[in-house]
Design a protein around this ligand. Structure first.
Ligand code: PRX
Length: 691
């Protein structure tokens, strides 16, 4: 059926009103948008995909991809049932593969089956290949020896921690907060929760005490697993003291398990509440049975920012999510026996969940956890890791690559990187120059590049090339993954734009197993954000072009979300952190183009008349944002202005500010609707430092 535009259903404001209110930079269906795409070169299947005659890619031709994809969208229940039987292990087999749809937001998969994610990721490999390395943990500094954990040992560690959690009275369905540095312990903590059916909520260790507190409160965590300190580029981060501050206002957390990461004796412990990890686990058996979970039982929740309101706790299920993670790891990275897989994200983000933990471990692969940063102590940390461990897949972000590229080719050329077959990119659009550098310098023109587009909500890749089957174009996420039926919609009418050479907003026409099922505690918000804007479709929030070959090009967010270094930041959240400060009257936050981070945060603020602009105020406001959200949301600039550009009805025109920060002041558009058009020139001058 042809989807009704959102406006026609009466469930949403009229389509036109969507533009300029919620969705901000809506790409028009302008064929010139596809020009850059249409001029792009195309690269054939990478030589390393076929170099080893004994190893045929899982999908070895475009034809094979097309057949598999077609079946996955025409007969999803059948296709995914087969995959779920092959890739997962079932305690009780399912008989109903799929139920529900996007119209109602009730899509569910393998409903009557039971399974356990920790069993799938650990036990079955501990039984079959006990001595195989499950996790390689590389700490913050290259001089610190790495740690290898076999599947046999991983099972012991997971079981002991699960025992400790059980002893705290935690039972299936209870929520556990994890606020840990990116270490093997974080992986063990997640799997220990999964073993008991505890819903983990990992909070990235770069979030502030306030952000941690809000997330712990929202999901009513009973236990927090954290560390004494973290290490980042040689500096100690006082994780425990941040956690202590958060817990002062999160009394539902009754127990805190603390991993001794640095062992700093000055870290304070509350003897009535806190216990060191080693103490907590030592009285528990190294085996504990996995709890059978229904396929649709939650595996975890993960908070992410949207265009409005507080962060959403997106809920992922046990079977559908795990299948998406395993399936995409297998096919997109073409994982084979003996591979060593590295995703250098943080487990605090969905990328870490799916491609450090659940995907690789479900397949029984060796996965690398890297605690450090790419540029410290030298800008060769990634290349060093690849050579040292002979990594076969390496998954990183455009921001990291841009930062590394600035150091030139020499740090890369020092290392033998020939073990890598697939180089992956995720989190933000990759510009063609960075793609080419990855291809030519890191991959020597021989490794496959996969630009994988997906979201916290999608659980796993949704647009991506398969390295043995799809020719690539620098800057394009290419084609849909299995089960994904993309549509480009006219943002105003909701009408689907058929054919090639079209631009609009990206939506998906049918449900796929790994999609998030709800926003924890607020299903209506889930419907409102994802399925009501264009009924019958899942709305991604991204602009997209389909070029003349049918390849898809992501154009970035069309809502009030800033993608800074791959971190998704909400304009509304940063603005409310600013206006909560005693000096600030109003704030308008926009994303500006940034050479390394893709986008950076620029804030325009007006002060209360009780305050005069001083050079200290931007620093105070910066601190307010860091306190409320964390260092990741730090504005690059805070510009104090006499007034914000507003319509006569008082609405702030961020569109104009976006143009100013992008230095596109010659195309500001119609200013006549502003209550005071003259303020625009003042803001431009202040932005250009002329005043
Ligand atoms: O705008 C898209 C961008 O990141 C958003 C999702 O952010 P998050 O939920 O934090 O997940 C990031 C890791 C999966 C998307 O809406 N994005 C992600 N990958 C790409 C991308 N934009 C362009 N190309 C990509 N490959």
């Amino acid at each position: 059926p042809v989807a009704q535009p959102a406006s026609a259903t009466g469930e949403h404001p009229p389509g036109a009103a969507l533009v300029g209110t919620k969705y901000v930079k809506v790409p028009k269906n302008d064929p010139s948008q596809a020009k850059e795409a249409n001029d792009a070169p195309k690269f054939p299947i990478a030589p390393r995909m076929t170099a080893d005659k004994g190893r045929v890619p899982h999908v070895a031709s475009t034809q094979q991809y097309l057949e598999m994809w077609q079946r996955s969208v025409d007969k999803p229940a059948e296709f995914f049932a087969e995959q779920a039987r092959e890739l997962l292990s079932w305690m009780t087999p399912f008989s109903v593969a799929h139920h529900g749809d996007l119209h109602h937001g009730d899509a569910s998969w393998f409903l009557d089956g039971t399974l356990n994610a920790s069993y799938i990721c650990v036990d079955r490999h501990a039984f079959a290949t006990p001595d195989k390395v499950a996790i390689i943990y590389e700490a913050d500094h290259p001089d610190r020896p790495h740690v290898e954990i076999t599947y046999r040992e991983l099972l012991r560690q997971v079981c002991q921690l699960a025992g400790a959690l059980h002893a705290q009275g935690l039972r299936k369905g209870d929520a556990v907060g994890i606020y840990l540095p990116n270490t093997a312990h974080a992986v063990v903590a997640m799997l220990a929760c999964a073993r008991l059916g505890l819903v983990h909520s990992v909070i990235f260790a770069g979030f502030s005490a306030e952000a941690l507190r809000d997330r712990l409160r929202d999901c009513q965590c009973k236990v927090l697993i954290t560390a004494d300190q973290g290490m980042r580029a040689g500096k100690e981060i006082n994780i425990k003291s941040i956690a202590d501050e958060a817990l002062r206002e999160a009394p539902m957390v009754q127990k805190v398990i603390v991993h001794k990461r640095t062992g700093n004796p000055n870290v304070k412990m509350d003897p009535t509440r806190d216990i060191y990890w080693d103490e907590a686990v030592k009285s528990h058996r190294p085996y504990c049975p996995p709890v059978p979970m229904a396929a649709e039982d939650p595996l975890f929740m993960l908070y992410t920012s949207g265009s409005t309101g507080k962060p959403k706790g997106l809920m992922h299920t046990t079977a559908g999510y795990l299948l998406g993670a395993a399936l995409s790891t297998k096919y997109v990275f073409d994982v084979h026996e003996g591979d060593k897989f590295a995703c250098v994200a943080d487990v605090g983000w969905i990328t870490g969940h799916s491609y450090i933990v659940y995907g690789p471990l479900a397949l029984g692969t060796t996965t690398l956890v890297f605690e450090g940063v790419p540029t410290w102590p030298e800008p060769d940390m990634y290349w060093r890791l690849i050579q040292k461990h002979k990594l076969t897949q390496f998954y990183t972000s455009p921001t990291a690559l841009r930062a590394l590229r600035k150091f030139g080719d020499e740090p890369v050329k020092k290392y033998d990187l020939t073990s890598v077959r697939v180089l992956g990119s995720v989190g933000e659009p990759i510009d063609p120059n960075t793609w080419m550098w990855l291809h030519d310098v890191v991959g020597k023109g021989e490794a496959a590049i996969v630009d994988t587009y997906w979201q916290t909500e999608t659980g796993a890749h949704v647009l991506t090339p398969l390295p043995g089957a799809i020719e690539t174009k620098p800057g394009s996420a290419t084609v849909p993954f299995f089960g994904v039926r993309p549509a480009i919609l006219d943002p105003q009418t909701g009408e689907e734009l058929e054919g090639n050479d079209v631009s609009g907003v990206l939506a998906f026409k049918q449900a796929w197993p790994s999609m998030a099922r709800t926003v924890f505690g607020d299903h209506d918000r889930y419907l409102e954000t994802y399925v009501r804007p264009y009924p019958g479709y899942y709305f991604t929030g991204d602009g997209c072009t389909r070029d003349h070959d049918g390849y898809l090009w992501i154009k970035g967010r069309v809502d009030d979300v800033i993608n800074n270094a791959g971190h998704r930041l909400s304009v509304a959240e940063i603005e409310s952190a600013l206006t909560a400060h005693e000096t600030c009257a109003e704030a308008a936050v926009v994303g500006a183009p940034d050479e390394i981070a893709g986008q950076c945060v620029i804030a325009f603020v007006t002060l209360k008349h009780t305050h005069i602009p001083t050079s200290e105020i931007p620093a105070l406001l910066t601190y307010a944002v860091r306190r409320s959200i964390g260092p990741i949301a730090t504005p690059k600039r805070i510009i104090i202005v006499p007034d914000l550009p507003k319509t006569r009805s008082g609405k702030v025109m961020r569109r104009i500010l976006r143009k100013i920060v992008a230095n596109e002041t010659d195309s500001l558009g119609d200013l006549s609707t502003l209550s005071d058009p003259s303020v625009v020139q003042t803001i431009i001058d202040l932005h250009n430092n002329k005043q």
